[in-house]
Each structure stands twice: as C-alpha cells, then as structure tokens.
Design a protein. Structure first.
Length: 115
C-alpha cells in the first residue's frame, strides 16, 4: 500500500490550496479515504472522510464549509480542496486508509498559512 500526498505549501490567510493523494497497492474502490492533520506540538486529528463510492462525506466541525474532500476512483486519487484558510489550519496533512486490518498513512504534506 502506498499513499503519496502533494499540493502543500505556503499560503496567506484567506487563500486556497488543493491537496492530492495518489493511492496504490490496494482495492481503492472498496475503501473509505481520510485526511488527517498534525499541527506543531499537537496530536494528529481527523479532518475529513469520504466513503468508497464518494457518496458520503464527513468533516471536522472547524473545517465544514471551507474544505471539500473528493475522490476519483478511476485515477485512484483523493483530494482535499481547502478554501478560506486560517492560521490554525497550519499543519502537516496526511492521507489515510484502513484496509485488511491495517491503518496506512502517507508521508504527509506541509500546509503553512501565514502572511
């Protein structure tokens, strides 16, 4: 199983970024996918989840209305569109899936929101 995130960077408050996660090595269409984040000095927290078909999504309350998770099952990709970014969104963002009884993580991509 391999999860590779990309798309992070430095953005000003109020700006937007789109994170991508390329998945391989497992039955992508059968798995829910998640984004987590970890801010400096804090634990890893759930951000968003999308069901295997893409028909259901779930979000951390503080990102509802600003972030959108989506997936392309043909390309085995998961995305996180982040709008109206705030300084408190600064973190390393991780792609995640749980399959065959194992939790898998990508290497993470840094998002820094600063002026």
């Amino acid at each position: 199983v391999q999860l590779v995130e990309s798309g992070g960077g430095l953005v000003q408050p109020g700006g937007s970024l789109r994170l991508s996660c390329a998945a391989s090595g497992f039955t992508f269409i059968a798995c829910d996918m998640r984004w987590y984040r970890q801010a400096p000095g804090k634990g890893r927290e759930f951000v968003a989840r999308i069901s295997d078909t893409g028909g259901s999504t779930y979000y951390l309350d503080s990102v509802k209305g600003r972030f959108t998770i989506s997936r392309d099952n043909a390309k085995k990709m998961v995305y996180l569109q982040m709008n109206s970014l705030k300084r408190e969104d600064t973190a390393v963002y991780y792609c995640n899936t749980f399959t065959n009884g194992i939790n898998y993580w990508g290497q993470g991509t840094q998002v820094t929101v600063s002026s």
